[in-house]
Design a protein around this ligand. Structure first.
Ligand SMILES: Nc1ncnc2c1ncn2[C@@H]1O[C@H](COP(=O)(O)OP(=O)(O)OP(=O)(O)O)[C@@H](O)[C@H]1O
Ligand SMILES: [Mg+2]
Length: 253
């Protein structure tokens, strides 16, 4: 949105683990209310970026803010964000309802204040019938749905989703896309990492492509496709752009 401060900024954001550079000099400005698709091959640095932006790890160099809060200030950050990490952070011995109540409690929120929103999301995702079953009996998709509701029920300003459709059946994945679209329409900023490029093509306002720990391209999905040269651009889609942008570089002659 014009005029509002960016929901996410990163300046020269870098993370090294020993001799491995997981993220190298990332600069980002994500406007409030946008859906930002964050793409890259396995090991490119997407999860590392999300972990820094949500305060789970500190960067080695550079800085980042989310909702105007420095990302190393975890205590201030949590009020503004929701995170669906790669592995659903759930307690096996709880039911989904208990898990969602526990998550609200951890945030200092009364369950009554979030219950309507949480239960409506469960209904959308066809989780209602399983709400009172223990999570250790859940399928992968059921756990993923529970973790998604947990990330969103408190209506965060900025929502981080790391592979949100992982394990979801086609109907659930479609519903999730619609829910994400609805959140963005209600001014939630969504930072979305996924390998399902059709999802990004459908719902992302902007896309960033990481390759070998560096941001190699940024633009709207149609911008990135439009940058493909000549024949490669005819009838091309985001998958073609992704493959071109993340191809192994050949040595200069
Ligand atoms: N805790 C860690 N300790 C050491 N190396 C790590 C750690 N976390 C990530 N890395 C390394 O950082 C690089 C980026 O990993 P990251 O998990 O961010 O990739 P990704 O883009 O999320 O990949 P994927 O698509 O497979 O989820 C990889 O080389 C990985 O081995
Ligand atoms: Mg990852």
């Amino acid at each position: 949105m014009t005029g509002s401060p960016p929901a996410i900024t990163a300046r020269d954001l870098t993370k090294r683990y020993g001799r491995t550079t997981a993220l190298d000099g990332l600069d980002l400005d994500v406007p409030a209310g946008d859906v930002y698709g964050f793409l890259g091959p396995n090991g490119a640095g997407k999860t590392t970026t999300m972990r820094i932006l949500t305060g789970l790890v500190d960067p080695t160099d550079g800085s980042a803010t989310v909702a105007g809060v420095d990302c190393t200030d975890r205590a201030a950050l949590v009020d503004h964000i929701g995170l669906l990490p790669e592995t659903p952070p759930l307690y096996d011995e709880l039911t989904a309802r208990e898990q969602l109540q526990f998550a609200a409690d951890l945030r200092g929120l009364e369950w009554d204040a979030v219950a309507d929103r949480a239960l409506a999301l469960c209904e959308d995702l066809a989780l209602t019938d399983d709400l009172d079953a223990r999570i250790d009996g859940y399928s992968k998709g059921m756990s993923q749905k529970t973790a998604f509701v947990q990330a969103v029920q408190h209506d965060p300003d900025v929502l981080f989703l790391d592979e949100p459709t992982s394990g979801l059946d086609p109907r659930a994945a479609k519903t999730l896309r619609e829910v994400i679209d609805g959140l963005a329409a209600a001014d939630t900023t969504v930072f979305l990492s996924t390998h399902i490029l059709s999802v990004v093509e459908e719902i992302a306002d902007r896309v960033g492509v990481l390759h070998d720990s560096r941001l190699v391209a940024e633009g709207s999905p149609s911008d990135l496709v439009g940058r493909l040269d000549g024949d490669a651009g005819d009838g091309a889609d985001l998958e073609d752009a992704f493959l071109e942008l993340t191809a192994e570089r050949s040595e200069p002659p």
